[in-house]
Design a protein around this ligand. Sequence first.
Ligand code: DC
Length: 231
Amino acid sequence: MKKIIIAIDGYSSTGKSTVAKQLADYLDYTYVDSGAMYRAVALFALQNNYISKNSFDQELFIKALPEIELDFKKENDNSKTNMFLNGVNVEKEIRSMYVSDFVSPVATLSEVRKKLVAIQHQMGVKKGIVMDGRDIGTIVFPEAELKIFMNADAEVRAMRRFNELKEKNQTITYDEILKNVQKRDLIDTTREDSPLIIANDAIELDNSETNKEDQFHIILQLAKDRIAGRI
Ligand code: DC
């Protein structure tokens, strides 16, 4: 059967990765969470003190970029795919608020984007891939057969994230999360290099009031149609 590229872009915490994973599982495609790659690079910047609350030594950080090696690996056959930074599993750390607070400024740097886009592009050479992020349909795979752009009200997204983090016992208030969501939206949409914009040929879905199952079925049908060449 023909294999396609599915690009899922949108604002943070709109459920992109959930639906991308569901699609990849169903279609037996590779799933790539491009945000995890930006998060791992931000973690590297934090670990090596290139960035902190009050400063960002962009010049030194850019010089150190060749030292960063990223890998998606499973710890064993049954486990889910984890992000590895220079051989270390950083899956849990990159999801913390500590990293979330610094990832958007790191992702504004063209040198970072160039490095990650080259890796991402390579991953799609054989098609059969679902990738989620901010610039997948516009920059990474402008030729993708199916492009989805996801949105939801900031308050709804912050509440979803709050519930997720609460389940993981992370102590953080709803207001702090809402502020982080709004700050990231602003940086992601206004940065000079590859801002978050909707591709001309993307299908926009607002899921403020749609449940995950309904949304999955809508996107799956679109994917099936594209695979069959119906639309
Ligand atoms: O999808 P996420 O929230 O885990 O992404 C983390 C950050 O990485 C997000 O604030 C913006 C950045 N990002 C990006 O600039 N381009 C991508 N393709 C994916 C993520």
